[in-house]
Ligand binder design. Structure first.
Ligand SMILES: Cc1ncc(COP(=O)(O)O)c(C=O)c1O
Length: 320
């Protein structure tokens, strides 16, 4: 085979590829602690071996589902809720877990033990599996399970002290079915993150076809309305966040009024408080939307209290 400038592209044998594996490192490798692969049938710690089969349908079609969980002080937060959501996503795309949820849990905990970090981010992928290279999900030798343990990157504390800036997303909202599957097909979410970064914002938030508020790239949005009620958007066009669900339950238990209701852009401007909620953030106050201050640009008391409740709840996680 020859390229335009007539240089021969080498055809490599396995020993020369193995030799190159380590050379191909990147600065992120120091943040990767352990990787379980059902394909390998074990755990690896060398990032050069954290590989997927190219013909796994998760790679070439995004045909798989995933979860991101966090471990703090050697405890995994909301593990059961995440695994149940993984199962529910898998069911929606007709993919069965090769094991029970209990087995999956055990694999995650063992991988965490090998990683041996007290704080970590745990990404769990259930893929359609290798075979065929087509869109046909039946062209597979069987579903695979991968677990990647990496560094947990928390936001700087100043973001919680001064609040974050958000804007309106221009990325079309997913339809209801897609929004409720945490699939490995996350292009709209990627584009939402890109537009936020490109605009110098912390997050952008989407709106459904009827113009009501949905969610952010990988976070939910919740507000305290003018009457002091904590309101979350209905679940039709959003992923049901494990953190949002838990935080609002804790708030209810503490006596807060909590509601699910459609929210317009006007509701954001008139809100007493707006906050982003998600696994890596816990509860993060928003003080600006599209360049306009929310609640005069001050961080509200409810966001602070909800964050404290969630942080206290981290100690109820699953130990490893
Ligand atoms: C689209 C989307 N919405 C919301 C969330 C927040 O969910 P959780 O609190 O479970 O992290 C996530 C993160 O997983 C997400 O990907």
């Amino acid at each position: 085979m020859q390229t335009k400038n007539q240089q021969m592209i080498p055809v490599l044998d396995s020993s020369s590829v193995f030799g190159k594996l380590k050379e191909k490192g990147n600065p992120f490798w120091s943040q990767y602690f352990a990787f379980y692969s059902s394909w390998w049938g074990g755990i690896v710690q060398d990032p050069s071996l954290m590989l997927l089969p190219m013909d796994d349908h998760m790679v070439h079609r995004g045909d798989g589902v995933f979860e991101a969980l966090k471990a703090v002080d050697r405890k995994v937060f909301l593990m059961d809720a995440h695994l149940q959501r993984l199962q529910s996503s898998a069911e929606k795309i007709g993919l069965s877990l090769p094991w029970t949820l209990e087995d999956a849990k055990e694999i995650i905990l063992q991988t965490l033990k090998v990683a041996n970090q007290s704080q970590a981010l745990v990404r769990v992928f259930l893929s359609r599996g290798p075979g065929g290279f087509t869109t046909n999900p039946y062209d597979s030798v069987g579903a695979q399970f991968y677990v990647a343990i990496t560094e947990l990157k928390s936001l700087p504390e100043t973001k919680y002290e001064v609040g974050v800036k958000i804007g309106r997303s221009q990325i079309p909202c997913k339809d209801s079915w897609m929004a409720q599957v945490k699939s490995c097909n996350y292009l709209p979410n990627v584009m939402m993150k890109k537009e936020a970064v490109d605009r110098g914002l912390d997050f952008t938030v989407g709106f459904d076809p009827e113009g009501f508020l949905t969610e952010s790239s990988t976070e939910n949005i919740v507000l305290v309305d003018a009457e002091g009620i904590l309101v979350q958007p209905p679940l039709k066009y959003i992923l049901k966040g494990t953190t949002m669900t838990r935080a609002l339950q804790l708030a209810k238990d503490r006596g807060f009024a909590v509601e699910q209701r459609r929210l317009s852009e006007e509701d954001i401007f008139s809100a007493r408080e707006v906050m982003m909620i998600g696994t890596t953030l816990d509860v993060l106050p928003v003080t600006e939307y599209e360049g306009k201050k929310i609640s005069e640009g001050r961080v509200g008391a409810v966001a602070k209290e909800l964050r404290q409740m969630v942080q206290k709840d981290l100690s109820n996680g699953t130990p490893f």
